[in-house]
Design a protein around this ligand. Structure first.
Ligand SMILES: *[C@@H]1O[C@H](CO)[C@@H](O)[C@H](O)[C@H]1NC(C)=O
Ligand SMILES: *[C@@H]1O[C@H](CO)[C@@H](O)[C@H](O)[C@H]1NC(C)=O
Length: 364
């Protein structure tokens, strides 16, 4: 990790407005090396869901088919219309004095079906859209930070092989990543492979509250986690081997987690808080830094799996080659943090159901 010279602070505007305004002003200063910027995601702001030959994503279809799960029934169809109003958006970012802007590329704008099938499969209009924004940012002195995947899988890949439940998604993501490095490597020095894998996997393929709405608690989430880690690692290695020498950028996965404090200083509650951190951040961070799932996660999922009468753990294993591939694939440490939670120890849940949360085994 050692080489972290710059600290990046992304202020999510919602959080900023919700928590800082109206509180006491103090005279402490941020260090000059701290950069402050803003962030967005393609499916959250772009709209233009079928403009510019963009392909359909799992969030496009999910928002239509599961409108009841979305508080105000909003969809990515129009969103903030940034596809058409990006000039205004960039002016606002400049007006905030942001030093960088973290945005995401919609895979389906570059490769409408998700597959890279030679140069004919590239959607030039999508390429032009991002290229224009990236150049405009640099001209304004705002550094771009680009996420390759912010939850918007091309729908075709979900239909063809179950999306992140298949390692094929990792291979196709790696192809897409290589293409983006090639197309935008001159402008982009900060790359994020996957944003918030826990949301992709636990919400998308475990609980099913997010696209693609697959309900496979305690099973789909872990299969997805493995495939997302493979996708990240392959994309990292491609950058490392083919682009780093010329483009000199940095690559990481952005992992989200609450922080967990123990409800008391009793050893059981202290252990519960640590277990929660390992299930939330460690599920992704541990393989990336140490090459495998955290031991506690392995032990817990195995214990629950055997209790449920399974012969193997619901947590898939990594082969030695996969461990080697994944270990060390981070140029900078990332945390998306929203709140601190309290964690207490709790008794073992009945073995008649499968659940990520029973595996974690805490009271929040
Ligand atoms: C990509 O190419 C393969 C092989 O030619 C073909 O089978 C497949 O349908 C193509 N996929 C897309 C989405 O174009
Ligand atoms: C957690 O433990 C502390 C200390 O025993 C207690 O005060 C608190 O109410 C507990 N919280 C929950 C949700 O059990």
């Amino acid at each position: 990790m050692g080489g972290l010279q710059e600290v990046l602070l992304v202020l999510f505007l919602q959080g900023l407005l919700g928590s800082s305004i109206g509180q006491e002003i103090n005279n402490r200063f941020f260090p000059d090396s701290l950069k402050i910027g803003v962030a967005s995601a393609a499916p959250q702001i772009e709209g233009g869901w079928n403009q510019g030959s963009k392909g359909v994503t799992i969030w496009d279809t999910f928002a239509m088919s599961h409108a009841n799960l979305i508080i105000d029934r909003s969809t990515p169809e129009a969103a903030c219309n940034s596809y058409n109003k990006w000039r205004e958006d960039l002016a606002i970012i400049k007006g905030l004095n942001s030093q960088f802007y973290s945005l995401s590329i919609a895979w389906a704008r570059i490769l409408p079906t998700g597959y890279y099938n030679g140069t004919d499969s590239i959607n030039e209009r999508g390429v032009t859209y991002y290229k224009t924004i990236l150049k405009a940012l640099i001209k304004k002195g705002i550094e771009p930070m680009v996420t390759l995947y912010h939850w918007d899988l091309p729908d075709q890949l979900q239909d063809d092989f179950g999306g992140w439940l298949s390692p094929k998604a990792a291979d196709l993501f790696a192809e897409y990543a290589r293409l983006c490095y090639k197309l935008f490597g001159d402008e982009v020095k900060w790359w994020i492979t996957i944003n918030e894998p826990k949301q992709v996997c636990e919400a998308g393929y475990g609980g099913g509250g997010f696209a693609p709405g697959i309900v496979k608690p305690g099973v789909g989430n872990y299969i997805c986690a493995k495939n997302v880690l493979l996708a990240h690692a392959k994309a990292y290695r491609i950058y490392d081997e083919e682009f780093r020498a010329t483009n000199k950028g940095k690559v990481a996965m952005v992992i989200d987690t609450p922080w967990f404090e123990p409800g008391s200083q009793s050893p059981d509650d202290v252990a519960a808080a640590e277990r929660a951190r390992l299930f939330m951040y460690g599920l992704y961070g541990h393989p990336i830094y140490y090459g495998d799932w955290p031991e506690i996660v392995k032990d817990r999922v195995a214990l629950r799996s055997y209790g449920e009468g399974l012969e193997v753990s619901r947590l898939p294993e990594f082969t030695p080659e996969e461990k080697k591939l994944i270990k060390g694939t981070s140029d900078y440490l990332t945390i998306n943090y929203y709140a601190t939670h309290m964690a207490n120890a709790t008794g073992e849940a009945p073995f008649d159901r499968r659940s990520f949360y029973d595996d974690m085994n805490i009271i929040e």
